[in-house]
Design a protein around this ligand. Structure first.
Ligand SMILES: C[S@@+](CC[C@H](N)C(=O)[O-])C[C@H]1O[C@@H](n2cnc3c(N)ncnc32)[C@H](O)[C@@H]1O
Length: 278
C-alpha cells in the first residue's frame, strides 16, 4: 500500500468505523491492511473502501480485524501468580476495597480472572472492577459471561476447579455471581476521558500496534489515573523503557508502580524491594 492509499484508508476508517489509525504504527498497519484487502473480494484498496461504505457487516469485520480480540483466562499465568501472591496483597494492605480498571478487556477473560483472584483473597469484599474495550460487539460477549471455548478457560480449572464456570450449550460461561462484580463499558483509550483514583490498571496486549507517541501518551494518562502507589500491569511482551521519566518504578516484569514522592527521592518501598527477586 502506498502512502497516498494509506492516507485515504485512514480517512475512510475514521469516518466509517471510528478508529483513528494515526495512533497505530504506520508501517505495520499498512502491511496488515494490505493482507486484509488481499483476502477480501475487492481487487484493490480503492474498491475495497467503496465496498466498505455500503456493507455494515464488512465494517464489523474490519473493526474486529483492526482491534484483535484474542484473549484467555489467566493469560501468561506466571504474571497472574505474581498479581495474586504479591501485588494484590500489597495493595490490600493500604486499602480494603480496591478500584481496578481492565483497559482493553476483550471478551472479559481478563477482568473475570481478576475477580476470581480477589474472591479468593477477600471473599467478603466487593471491589470495584471496571472493564472497558473499544469494541462494542466483544463487550456483549463479556457482559453475557460467555460463551468461551475450552482453550480460553483451560487455566481456570487448574486454579479454581469448577467454582466459577458452568458448561452450557457446548461452551463455558462464568457464573452470574461473578458476572455481577464487573462493570463493562465501551471506551476508546485514544480519545475518551479517563476516570482517576485507580489502585490497579491492567492494560495487556492492547498497545502492541500503537505508535510510540500514542503509547507514551497513554502511559502518561494511566499514570494520572492511578493513585500514588498504584500499579500498572502490562503485557508479557511489553516494557516501558521511559518508566522513570513518566514517574513509574518497575516492580518486576509486567508491573510498574506509580512512585510515591518519597520513593522518587531514592527510597524503595518494602514490597518493591521484595519483588526485585521475582
Ligand atoms: C489482544 S486483546 C487483549 C485482551 C486482554 N487485555 C488480554 O491481554 O488478554 C486487545 C483488545 O484491545 C482492544 N483495543 C484495541 N484498541 C483499543 C482502543 N483504542 N481502546 C480500547 N480498546 C482497544 C481490542 O478491541 C481488543 O479487545
Amino acid at each position: 500500500m502506498e502512502e497516498k492509499e494509506y492516507a485515504y484508508a485512514k480517512k475512510k476508517i475514521r469516518e466509517l468505523i471510528k478508529v483513528d489509525l494515526d495512533n497505530y504504527g504506520a508501517a505495520q498497519m499498512m502491511r496488515r491492511l494490505d493482507g486484509f484487502v488481499a483476502r477480501s473480494k475487492a481487487p484493490n484498496v480503492a474498491s475495497y473502501f467503496k465496498l466498505l461504505e455500503k456493507d455494515p457487516e464488512e465494517q464489523v469485520r474490519l473493526r474486529d480485524f483492526l482491534t484483535i480480540n484474542v484473549s484467555e483466562f489467566f493469560r501468561d499465568m506466571v504474571h497472574f501468580k505474581v498479581l495474586q501472591e504479591k501485588i494484590l496483597p500489597s495493595l490490600l494492605e493500604g486499602n480494603s476495597r480496591l478500584n481496578i480498571w481492565s483497559a482493553g478487556c476483550s471478551h472479559g477473560a481478563e477482568p473475570y480472572s481478576i475477580a476470581m483472584i480477589l474472591d479468593r483473597l477477600t471473599p467478603q469484599v466487593r471491589h470495584r472492577i471496571l472493564a472497558t474495550d473499544i469494541d462494542i460487539s466483544i463487550l456483549k460477549q463479556a457482559e453475557a459471561g460467555g460463551p468461551y471455548r475450552s482453550a480460553e478457560v483451560r487455566n481456570v480449572a487448574k486454579l479454581f476447579g469448577t467454582k466459577y464456570l458452568v458448561f452450557r450449550d457446548g461452551a463455558y460461561w462464568v457464573s452470574d455471581e461473578l458476572r455481577e462484580r464487573i462493570t463493562f463499558r465501551q471506551h476508546d483509550l485514544t480519545r475518551d476521558p479517563f476516570e482517576s483514583g485507580f489502585d490497579l490498571i491492567v492494560c495487556r496486549n492492547v498497545v502492541i500496534y500503537f505508535s510510540d507517541e500514542a503509547k507514551k501518551t497513554l502511559r502518561r494518562r494511566f499514570y494520572n489515573a492511578l493513585k500514588p502507589g498504584g500499579i500498572l500491569f502490562i503485557g508479557a511482551t511489553e516494557t516501558i523503557l521511559d518508566a522513570l521519566e513518566l514517574g513509574f518504578q518497575r516492580v518486576c516484569t509486567c508491573f510498574y508502580r506509580k512512585t510515591l514522592p518519597a520513593a522518587r527521592k531514592g527510597q524503595t518501598s518494602a514490597v518493591t524491594a521484595e519483588l526485585r527477586g521475582v
